[in-house]
Design a protein around this ligand. Structure first.
Ligand code: ADP
Ligand code: MG
Length: 343
């Protein structure tokens, strides 16, 4: 008799969920990434009870067929990569095929979708218990709606870790802001307990983009910021860096994107800190919204399940590029010259 037993799929998913689904905000992040990967340009997020009662994300993306739905909910099933080589240059936000399976194992999840402009759609429901999926017809325009109810209803230990609604909502709001700053071409709406929190129209021109940044980071940021844009072979950066006069007591206004994905990276943090070193008081933090674009093969995003961390192949080059760009921008600044970057 063997002492080693195979975990049931449900338990395996719940263990994986521990890494990916920490709180309602993590669910919102994964669902928004899926909507963006599906090519949506309008995404509506509706939550109740700071997300622990309900999270509903509705998009107008590519949608899914009846055959897709059970697979979408299965672990290690994805439409985004097929072989190891694809990992070398992931162009989508997701690729691990884990999020929906994980979320479904710790909530009551309904997927409703339609992949065509006409006809009715399909709907699948799964409830943490057994991961059985039944697909039924359901009305839905082209796109997908994911509804997540009663998060952690079957994992009381996790549920206990949830903080107050105020705190959990703040996390959800932060996720929506991060995503909204990553895709100016997409309309976002966030509603909480029936109240509209954000309603952001697509922003194409520089002026509209600046308005979205002001909406997300506050008008004061835009007034005390300098727009930057620089390109060298293989690397380009653009965005807004806060003037030293807009320093913060916390590192709470720092958005850094690599190829459209928000990341936290020590090397990037170090480059920014160095660039601000001579102009910021000790203990103050800079504010910035920066977009770095590079060859996807030069950056590894498969470092952590939440995909917040990356590994640069040429870390030194990235560091030097960022440092020199920001350093120059900050030393060039004369008060009142803040302007918009071209997009
Ligand atoms: P991943 O995003 O890593 O592929 P997920 O578990 O998040 O894994 O999603 C599994 C699959 O379900 C995706 O690869 C995609 O094909 C499909 N899917 C999920 N959400 C959507 C959506 N909003 N619109 C269309 N397809 C979706
Ligand atoms: Mg995903």
């Amino acid at each position: 008799m063997s002492l080693i037993k195979r975990l049931s799929p449900r338990l395996a998913n719940q263990i994986a969920a521990g890494e990916v689904v920490e709180r309602p905000a993590s669910v919102v992040k994964e669902l928004l990434e899926n909507s963006l990967d599906a090519g949506a340009d309008r995404i509506e997020i509706e939550i109740e009870g700071a997300g622990s009662r309900l999270i509903r994300v509705r998009d107008n993306g590519s949608g899914m067929t009846a055959d897709d739905l059970p697979l979408a909910l299965a672990r290690h099933a994805t439409s985004k990569i097929a072989e190891l080589d694809d990992l070398e240059a992931v162009a989508t936000l997701g690729f691990r095929g884990e999020a929906l399976a994980s979320i479904g194992s710790v909530s009551r999840l309904t997927l409703t979708s339609n992949s065509a402009d006409e006809g009715a759609g399909v709907c699948a429901f799964t409830e943490g218990r057994d991961m059985q999926v039944t697909v039924k017809p359901a009305a839905h325009p082209r796109g997908t709606t994911v509804e997540v109810r009663d998060l952690f209803f079957n994992t009381p230990a996790r549920r206990k870790f949830l903080r107050t609604d105020k705190t959990e909502f703040a996390h959800v709001d932060e996720v929506v802001k991060r995503v909204a700053l990553s895709r100016f071409d997409v309309a976002f709406q966030l509603r909480h307990n029936g109240r509209t929190i954000h309603s952001l129209r697509p922003a194409s021109a520089g002026m509209e983009q600046a308005r979205r940044v002001a909406g997300v980071c506050g008008p004061a940021f835009m007034e005390q910021t300098v727009a930057i844009q620089r390109e060298v072979p293989g690397l380009s950066v653009r965005g807004w860096v806060g003037l030293p006069t807009f320093s913060r007591s916390q590192a709470d206004l720092q958005y850094f994107y690599v190829n459209g994905r928000i990341i936290r990276d020590r090397l990037v943090a170090h480059a920014v800190r160095q660039a601000y070193r001579d102009v910021l008081y000790h203990g103050r933090h800079p504010a910035f919204v920066l977009y770095l674009d590079m060859d996807p093969a030069q950056v590894d995003v498969n470092v952590h399940p939440t995909k917040h961390e990356v590994r640069f192949r040429q870390g030194r080059d990235v560091h030097n590029f960022l440092f020199s760009t920001l350093h120059k921008a900050l030393s060039d600044v004369r008060p009142g010259t803040a302007s918009m970057p071209a997009s």
